[in-house]
Structures are given as C-alpha cells and as structure tokens.
Design a binder for this molecule. Structure first.
Ligand code: ADP
Length: 624
C-alpha cells in the first residue's frame, strides 16, 4: 500500500480546487453580467451627451433657412466653434438638399459646400427621424458613435437639414477596459487568495481524515497502539470514534485468532499423529513435525505447496477428486523406505457450511509395528501349526505301521516306539517352550530375583557340562569329543538375576555350542566386567551362522538348517526364549559369527559395582 499521497492527489488539493473553480465560475458569471451592464450603461451615458443644446440647434436651423448661404455658412462655422462638447469629435450641418454647410473640424473645412454621400444623413433627410449608428474606422481603428438629428425651422413643421454628430467611443471603451482589467486583477487576486485560504481550510477539515488514514494504515500493519483524536461530534468525529472502536475490535479478534493459532500449533506439534492440511487443489498448506518425521523431511518448506498425493506417493491409486468426494477415506500407505514404514492415512474434506470444500485434512498414523506384529502373529501361528504337524505326522505314521502289524516284529517295534517317544518328547518340549514364551509375552512370567555371584553360577553350569562330557566319554568312547575352556575375571561379580531362568539361557547357548561344534572343538567361555555391565561370552569353533541369518537368529522357530536342527531335537525356540529372559533381566544378547569358523554368543547384564568395605562400614554403623 502506498502510504505517501502526492499533494495533487490529496483530498486537500481537490477541496481547494473545487473552491477555486466554484469561485472562478461565480466571479465569471457575475463579471459577465457586470461588464455587460457597465458597457451598456456607459454607452447610454455617452450617447446622451452626444446632443447639442436646443438653442444651438435653433440657431443652426435659422442659418439654414437663410438664403445668403455664404453668410449663413460663416455663421454656422462660428456657432459650431462655440459648441463646447469635448465628447463630440465632429459636428456637421447639412441642409435639406444634402449639401454640407459646415463642420466643426478645422482640418476638414474643405468638405463644406460638397454634397454628402453618407447614407445615414440621406435617410434622416428622407425620414425626418433621428438616426444613430456605430462606425469602425479602419484607418485609425477607432470606434465611433454617430447621431444624426433632423433640424426643422422655427415653426417646427419644415425640415431644413440635419445635424451630424460623430463621437469617438475609444474613451468610453478604454474606461470600460480599465475597469475590466481592474476587475480581472481583483478576480485573480481573490482566486489566489481563495485557493490559499481553501488549502488552509481544507487542511483543517482533512486533518482528521489524514489522521484516520494513518491510523487505519497502522491497523493494517498490525500496530493497534495509536488512537485517532476525536475533536468534534460531527460525522468525522464519529468516524474517528468508529475507527478507534474498530482498532480495539480488530486487536481483540487478532489476539483471539493468534492465541487460537498458537493453540492449534501447539496441539499439532505435540500430536503423536502426523497431520497435513491442504487447499482445495490438494497442495499442502500445513504440516506438523510428526508428519515431517514420518515422511522423512527436514524442513516444512520442502513440502509446503506440493501436492499431497505426490508427497504420500499415492498419485497412481487416488486422485484429489476421489479423496474429496468421500466423507472419509482410509488408505494404508507402504512408504517402501529402508525402515519398511507403513502409514495409516485418514483423509477428511474440510467443508464449509455452504458445502464448499476448501481443502483436505489428512491424519497419518505409524502402523509399522502393528502391521509387523500382525504379520509376525500370523507367521507364528502358521509356524506353530507347521512345527507340530511334522512330529504328529511322523508319530501317526509310526503308530499306523505298528497297528498294521509292526508291533509283532521284535526288532522294528522298539525302534518305532523310540521314534514315537522322541517325537512326543520334542512336542512336549516345544509346547513347554511356547508356554514359557507366552507367559513372558503376556507379562505373567514372574522373576525370582536374587543377588548371585555370576562367577560361581557360570562356573557351576560349566562344571555340569564337564560332567556330561566325562559321562558320555565313559559310556560311549566313540562319541563327539569337545572341551570347555574358561577365561574368567577373578573379581566376584554380584548380579541381580533369576537363577533358574538364567541357567536355562546358558544351558541353551552351551547346548547349541555343543550341538554345532565339530569333533575336538574347544568351547571358550569368558566372563568380564565393565563399569556398568557384566559380559559373558560363549565361543565355539562350529559351523557358524551365515551373515544373512544373523539378524534373524533370535526369531521364533528360526533355524539355519531346519532338518538338521529337528534331527537334533531342536525346537527353534531356545534362542527366542533366551533373548526374552535376558531382556527381562535388563540385559542384552547378541551374536558374532563367521560362517565355517564358529560363533560367539554374548550376554551383557546390568551391574552395579559393589564396594564391600563401604557395606561393612554401613553395617557396623547400623549396629552401633
Ligand atoms: P534349536 O532348538 O534349533 O537349537 P535355537 O533357537 O536354540 O533352536 O537356535 C536357533 C538356530 O540358530 C539353530 O537352529 C541354529 O541354526 C542356529 N544356531 C544356534 N546356535 C548356534 C551355534 N552355536 N552355531 C551355529 N548355529 C547356531
């Protein structure tokens, strides 16, 4: 908005101009009448002066009646010379025959005795009536007034001639012109004076308007601090009051909408769901932080103004019309990014009361984990069914074979029954494993926590495995040979754990190490402590785990080699249970493995260093 108004565009100037023009028009009209009247009046006055006293007219008539023309002419000349009328330039006396008998012009005496050629004189001689006319002399550019008066004898009934009087009008016109010049000067002076006066007056009138203009401009800029001064209670004063009122109202509504906007902003920015609003063309106008994070954008400016169908990558499936026409559209969006993000999007059109759709609101919800859980749950159910079906099928077929007569065969029957027993055992193990997993999942599994010296516990478990090795060696000297090596810290490490469940974890990892170790393999067990953690590791020299499977090794029912694991009685749930237990104890479990060279399983547990001396001091203090 242009805040500066040029003087010639200002209302002040326009007011002044109107005043001046009106004044000029008035003075012009008045002046025209006045000048016309003045001219008429002056000419009338002048004309009344272009007459001769009646005694002179009588004398001239007498002279015209004489027969001695020479003497009469002489007398006429004398009479004319006596005429004392400065307005009359020339007087001529013409007898009834049209002969000029005398003239007052001393330089023009030559015309005396000549016959007049003037048509006005001739007319007067014929009509015996006064004749007046205005002449313009081209030689000296003067205007003249001519008055031709018939002269009659003393009886008054016989025309003896005419009297021709010529008066120069330039004097009259010069007077009129002088008056006109004075008038015009006065008009001009009054116009200038009026212009100045009207500028001053209009400035006074427009000052409140100017102030109101400035105030409204301030309001437009968002500055509501000023107030227009209300001087009078006239229309302008009331307008000023209305503007002050308006300023307060605008400020209030601005404040209200500002606080509404802030509230909306804070609601949007603290929402855990992503929110996107668009205009009716589907171009994004508002987006909150959650939506930016979900869609992997850093800056609001990266998406503002862009099409929502492009940003959500749903242009191929949905058009804006489809999204706007429905009262609510629910779309599952697979972002196909490295995180496997799946978003649930609800689109709702923003509709005014008139029914006009002014845009769209989209609420985004991250359903990746729900989807993953749902997928995993389905996968788990299918895995369980599959895992149970295999041993059951095998049990069924062996039982059928026995029923069909194999039970009579003393050699085959015990073998078949052994298989049935092994498979049933495996199913029971699997169901027990599933039950403990389910308990841990539902949170009903209870931990019997106690402070245990993990050094001793780990050693105890490994001693048990040493015993098993010895026993197997004695019972079956051809069985697989392996040895266990310990690298333990000397420090006693007291850690709060559930001994039974932790023993189950170590048993499982050790069993796997034994299972997958080659003959003569060494199983190395280490125990170290850092400031905050106790770390146990069990390394074997076995098959190792392919790199691609390392991430899935702790998944339920995952086995690198299913057939081999089953043959060895594995359920594929051992590591899954181990992971759940370690997590419940607040620790972590992970594996490091090179295929063909062996694997190392690590368990870290939280550990708070225990200063025995301090503890003793505290105990002594308590006793005292
Ligand atoms: P299983 O009952 O099959 O042993 P686990 O959950 O204990 O089930 O182990 C899952 C899978 O992890 C095993 O089937 C095996 O393929 C792999 N695995 C576990 N420990 C080792 C190991 N020490 N060396 C090689 N592979 C292992």
């Amino acid at each position: 908005m242009n805040s500066k108004i040029k003087f010639f565009q200002s209302i002040r100037f326009k007011f002044a101009l109107i005043f001046a023009l009106m004044l000029m028009l008035t003075l012009e009209i008045v002046g025209a009448f006045f000048m016309r009247q003045l001219e008429r009046q002056n000419l009338n006055n002048f004309r009344q002066q272009i007459v001769l006293p009646s005694y002179i007219e009588n004398s001239l008539s007498t002279q015209l009646g004489r027969t001695n023309t020479t003497s009469a002419n002489h007398h006429i000349r004398t009479i004319l010379a006596e005429v004392n009328n400065s307005n009359i330039s020339e007087i001529r006396v013409i007898d009834s025959k049209g002969i000029i008998r005398g003239t007052s012009s001393s330089t023009n005496q030559g015309i005396v005795g000549q016959k007049t050629t003037d048509s006005g004189i001739k007319n007067t001689l014929v009509s015996d009536r006064n004749h007046t006319e205005y002449l313009y002399d081209n030689t000296n550019h003067n205007r003249y007034y001519v008055n031709i008066v018939p002269l009659s004898n003393s009886n008054g009934n016989n025309e003896v001639g005419v009297l021709y009087m010529r008066a120069n009008l330039e004097g009259v016109y010069s007077t009129i012109n002088n008056i006109y010049v004075i008038y015009i000067s006065a008009v001009l002076a009054s116009i200038v004076l009026c212009l100045l006066l009207s500028i001053f007056i209009s400035r006074e009138i427009t000052a409140p308007i100017e102030e109101m203009r400035k105030q409204t401009m301030r309001i437009a800029r968002g500055d509501y601090s000023g107030q227009v001064e209300v001087v009078d209670n006239d229309e302008l004063g009331q307008l000023a009051g209305a503007i002050n009122n308006l300023s307060v109202r605008v400020e209030e509504s601005q404040d209200a909408s500002e606080s509404e906007r802030r509230r909306l902003d804070s609601v949007l920015s603290h929402m855990t769901d992503g929110v996107i609003a668009t205009d009716r063309r589907g171009n994004i106008t508002i987006i909150n932080n959650t939506a930016l994070q979900l869609l992997n954008y850093d800056e609001e400016d990266d998406v503002i103004g862009k099409s929502i169908t492009d940003i959500l990558k749903i242009r191929k499936q949905y058009t804006m019309r489809q999204l706007i026409d429905e009262t609510q559209t629910h779309v599952m969006i697979d972002m196909n990014d490295e995180n496997g993000l799946i978003l649930s999007a609800f689109f709702t059109p923003i509709q005014r009361e008139s029914g006009f759709v002014s845009g769209l609101v989209c609420v985004l919800h991250d359903v990746t984990s729900q989807q993953k859980e749902e997928r995993e749950r389905k996968q788990f159910v299918s895995n369980v069914s599959h895992e149970l079906r295999t041993p059951l099928t095998s049990v069924k077929s062996y039982v059928e074979a026995l029923t069909d007569g194999a039970w009579k065969d003393k050699e085959v029957a015990p073998r078949f029954l052994k298989v049935v027993q092994d498979e049933t055992d495996r199913m029971i193990r699997m169901i027990n494993d599933l039950l403990s997993l389910s308990r841990m999942d539902s949170g009903t599994a209870k931990l019997n926590l106690e402070y245990v010296n993990i050094n001793e516990l780990f050693n105890y478990i490994l001693n048990r495995f040493d015993m098993i090795i010895k026993k197997e060696k004695n019972e079956n000297p051809d069985s697989k040979h392996y040895s266990i090596v310990r690298h333990f810290t000397k420090q006693d490490l007291w850690v709060e754990i559930d001994t039974d469940k932790f023993t189950q974890v170590i048993d499982n990892i050790m069993n796997n190490a034994v299972k997958y170790s080659p003959d003569g393999g060494v199983i190395t067990c280490r125990l170290v402590a850092t400031d905050k953690h106790v770390i146990l590791s069990i390394s074997d020299q076995g098959l190792g785990i392919p790199r691609k499977d390392i991430g899935r090794i702790f998944d339920r029912f995952f086995r690198v080699d299913k057939a081999r694991s089953r043959k060895q009685g594995g359920t594929g749930l051992g590591l899954a249970i181990s992971k759940e237990v370690v997590n419940m104890l607040g620790g972590q479990i992970w594996v490091d493995s090179t295929e063909g060279q062996g694997s190392t399983f690590y368990i870290s547990l939280p550990y708070i260093q225990y200063d025995e001396e301090d503890e003793w001091d505290d105990d002594e203090k308590d006793q005292n």
